[in-house]
Write a protein that binds this ligand. Sequence first.
Ligand SMILES: *Cc1c(COP(=O)(O)O)cnc(C)c1O
Length: 229
Amino acid sequence: MIIKDNLADIRKNIAAAAGKAGRDAEEVVIVAAAKTQPPEKLQQAIEAGVNTLGENRVQEAQTHMKSLAGVNVIWHCIGHLQRNKAREALNLFAMIHSLDSLRLAHKIEEEAKTQGKKISALLQINISGEETKGGFSECNLEETLGELNRLEMIELQGLMTMPPFFDDPEKARPFFRRLAELKKAANQAGWYRAPLEQLSMGMSGDYQVAVEEGATMVRLGTVLFGPRS
Ligand SMILES: *Cc1c(COP(=O)(O)O)cnc(C)c1O
């Protein structure tokens, strides 16, 4: 049971990072990044104690869900969501980490109204400003949150970011710190109708640093499942 051992190591590392920052490790949810993983591995992770799976694509999520029918697990969308998949996404996911444009937000709102079903989401912020990455600019955060305030079916719970890849996780720290600052600023100013509680940040290479900086959700693939096939 390699996945079980990996999860135990991850939990130890999260506890150490949380301790360093004077935080409670219980605040940190492990979202297992399920992309390309066979159902057997997902099943092993769930048996080891993982309760949240993160999916990048609607179609792969549907395949995984079929294979794991009857298994008690929460599904999150962590990858870019196409607007024409908003309807399916509402049915599949408890949370969308990757709310990355107002057009997508309006489409989700429209579908959610049709279905009479609210959805939790995180605002994806492109802190690095890399053109290849999706997400909102931090410069427009006040306006963006003002706009989202008017979408009653979307319940924003926090912020998400993906820093550039670095070999040295310390280099990611300023990006995580910035996301935490943005959350704090938004809450202090009351830009959104409810307090933003969640920070989805940190992947296999840098999750300890992210936890030190306040992550409440870490999205982990490789470090949990091993290299993707
Ligand atoms: C794949 C993926 C992850 C996990 O990546 P690892 O480096 O394997 O931990 C996290 N977040 C998103 C959005 C991903 O696509």
